[in-house]
Write a protein that binds this ligand. Sequence first.
Ligand code: HEM
Ligand SMILES: *[C@@H]1O[C@H](CO)[C@@H](O)[C@H](O)[C@H]1NC(C)=O
Length: 338
Amino acid sequence: MAAMSASGRRVFLLGALLLVAVSCHGGFGGVGVAEGLSTRYYAKTCPAVESVVRSVMARAVAADRRMGASVLRLFFHDCFVNGCDGSVLLDDAPPGFTGEKGAGANAGSARGFEVVDAAKARVEAACRATVSCADVLALAARDAVALLGGPTWPVRLGRKDARTASQAAANGNLPGPVSSLTSLLATFAAKGLSARDMTALSGAHTVGRARCATFRGRVNGGDANVNATFAAQLRRLCPAGTGGDGNLAPLDAETPNVFDNGYFRELTKQRGLLHSDQELFAAGGGGRSSSQDALVRKYAGNGAEFARDFAKAMVKMGNLAPAAGTPVEVRLNCRKPN
Ligand code: HEM
Ligand SMILES: *[C@@H]1O[C@H](CO)[C@@H](O)[C@H](O)[C@H]1NC(C)=O
């Protein structure tokens, strides 16, 4: 530093300023990283929030285990589109407003909105106009994972809700089932999430279901990297051509309703349900390997390591925030701005 020339100092200062600018406005595809979140955010204003959300989730998952998976997915779809701001929860309000629910990845697919509504209503009854829908969803997703047998983690809170949403942003930011590994890595990197985060987070597919429409090509000859026995079984549910689009298959056929590392063991047998799943292991088939093969093998053999990495990556994903300057509020009803 002492030896830096005047012009060197100017370059250094400019670099430092740029860094500050990038960290304030966020460099991650229109989203930033939340700064003010804290696990004790509602300690004084709504101490009951965690137990209230937990009890609503416990009832929902007891009635329908898939609901845990569905709520977990909602949180992902919230965070990847302009940060975790409850935008995915906004209903369309024609003619003026088209939200994210009709985006390709959500239409006829995203579920769990009623459970979020129920949790929010109970939270509102306990502490009016205090806890954001985005925070309710973050807690609900954490509880869903734990209730299905997965890890738990302290959820950092203090998110605010967006007053609007963007269907175009949802279409542009949510990965699709035929994504290549390269594209998955890029989609997550655009949010500041590493390859390891991406592979760990994909382990969410250890629970839940997918519709035939999302894996038809994969099981009907469109994929080299697929277990032939597995594909033959699935063809009965999901034949070539059309029809049966909505038929459901488990994303992890080994233990479909338990949050464990079975998903990764299935990948090592070429039994990933989606093309995008199988891209994490031996992508391309024919004995070719992918950059994530070693990690998939590790998670397949070590559930504790997967659980740790998944929890860590969920916290990181949960830190994604709307771009600075986005108008926000604590919504009273998760389906519409105040
Ligand atoms: C890596 C890129 C990802 C792709 C391409 C992807 C794609 C999909 C697709 C196509 C479905 C089936 C939807 C349907 O047929 O209705 C699905 C379901 C699901 N996804 Fe993902 N997903 C990805 C990452 C994630 C992440 C990061 C999470 C959560 C952390 C997640 C959680 C889930 C869950 C739990 C389900 C089952 C939902 C239910 O049964 O209602 N996914 N995903
Ligand atoms: C295909 O799946 C079966 C179980 O359905 C398994 O026994 C077999 O090893 C798998 N094949 C490959 C190539 O992994």
